[in-house]
Ligand binder design. Structure first.
Ligand code: GLP
Length: 249
């Protein structure tokens, strides 16, 4: 893992976007297109703002894969991650080649997952933008996460800490309103990305960041698995990095 620590969230997001853009441009230069995974959540706000403002990215040569979504949540809901990606990314860049959105209300969920699995398995992913949850989750793989399954997308059960974070961030009225299941990209699929750009601002993430960066690789802190990936870049603001040892900070 390569760690970057910025004074502010804004600067952190800008640096994360810049690193991601480098990987996107390299993929387009090398093979004519880029395959990109996008995460959602509060942690991605500043990175996405910087990403969509970056000039001269040939978005028509980019395939976008959606990292995770709540089961039962449709685009009319304020917490919908598809809605988030449409508003904060798709609407702000020229047309992309493909956008593989996850529909939380798909009538045939198994069929949707099969289609997503087929699409993402067609070719390697060049860059995955991810965050880390307060409970250390990677996408919606809560602890203890499945580090083994090779299935690209699957239905997962959310733990209470994760559901509390979502309610706490204001995406839902209260804990009871947060779905108990989600469709998530698997840990192994995320690790298949050539480059991983992990953007994590905020003090409330500082324990999870310490576990992910300095703790043992353990499915009790799912994000720690990124220590085993050779091109993971972790972008922290000072608050998120505040519990790291002196040497890291
Ligand atoms: N499912 C989302 C992920 O896409 C995100 O990367 C991560 C960090 O969360 P947040 O950005 O809301 O802090 O977990 C969320 O629950």
């Amino acid at each position: 893992m390569k760690i970057s620590i910025s004074d502010t969230k804004k600067q952190n997001g800008a640096l994360a976007a810049e690193a991601g853009v480098k990987a996107i441009r390299a993929a387009i230069a090398e093979k004519g297109h880029a395959r990109i995974i996008l995460a959602t959540g509060a942690s991605q706000f500043e990175m996405l703002e910087a990403l969509v403002q970056t000039p001269d990215i040939d978005w028509a040569k980019c395939d976008i894969f959606h990292l995770d979504e709540y089961v039962g949540v449709g685009e009319d809901h304020g917490a919908s991650f598809v809605r988030y990606l449409r508003e904060r990314f798709i609407a702000k860049v020229p047309a992309v080649a493909t956008f593989h959105a996850i529909d939380g209300q798909a009538a045939d969920m198994d069929r949707q997952i099969e289609a997503l699995n087929a699409a993402i398995s067609e070719a390697p992913i060049d860059v995955a933008f991810v965050g880390i949850g307060e409970n250390g989750h990677l996408a919606f793989n809560d602890p203890p996460a499945d580090f083994e399954t090779e299935v690209p997308y699957m239905i997962v059960t959310l733990d209470e800490a994760c559901r509390q974070q979502q309610a706490g961030e204001g995406w839902f009225e209260n804990l009871a309103a947060v779905p108990e299941q989600a469709i998530s990209m698997s840990v192994r699929q995320i690790l298949k990305s050539k480059v991983i750009i992990c953007t994590v601002p905020d003090e409330r993430k500082s324990d999870a960041v310490k576990g992910a960066v300095e703790g043992p690789v353990s499915n009790l802190c799912p994000a720690s698995i990124m220590q085993t990936h050779d091109q993971t870049y972790v972008f922290l603001d000072a608050a998120a990095a505040s519990k790291l040892s002196e040497s890291a900070a």
